[in-house]
Design a protein around this ligand. Structure first.
Ligand code: DQA
Length: 145
């Protein structure tokens, strides 16, 4: 069972980017925690980060070929990208949206997600644990389908 893990714009800067908001772990730290969890669950991951909307759309489309679900932190595109939402709808794979910060406690423009209405669910506010909780939730959802 393989899952696509997608990280959106500016998440490559984790560790140095606003650590008070996003924590001190780097993206590499998060990815290795995800790989450890995947080994425990017995699933495989394909992990991709891009600052570009088009590259994220391409990765979502490609996931249709060999993935059973998508774990995505669309970052700022959460609040703006119809293209990412449409790509997720088009491939029809179960998708879980995650955020390090609690977007509902922050600026009003972060309260809206264009992705969550077509996702299985959203996990936010738990720092890097949001990703681990998200992977477990996605795995259980797909396994119990
Ligand atoms: C984020 C929240 C978004 O609002 C923001 O644009 C990000 C990171 C998070 O993980 O908390 O880049 O997705």
């Amino acid at each position: 069972m393989k899952f696509l893990i997608l990280h959106g714009p500016n998440l490559n800067l984790l560790g140095v980017r606003e650590p008070g908001v996003y924590g001190s772990k780097t993206l590499a730290d998060i990815n290795s925690s995800l790989e450890e969890l995947a080994a425990v669950l017995g699933c495989e991951l394909s992990i991709f980060q891009s600052n570009g909307e088009g590259a994220l759309v391409d990765a979502i489309q490609a996931a249709a070929l060999d993935c059973r679900g998508i774990l995505i932190n669309p970052a700022a595109y959460t609040h703006t990208s119809i293209a990412i939402r449409d790509a997720l709808s088009a491939v029809g794979l179960p998708c879980v949206e995650v955020h390090l910060s609690n977007i509902h406690r922050r600026e009003e423009f972060r309260h809206t997600s264009l992705v969550v209405p077509i996702a299985v669910g959203q996990i936010c506010g738990f720092g890097h644990d949001s990703y681990l909780l998200g992977l477990r939730a996605l795995y259980n959802h797909v396994k119990n389908r």
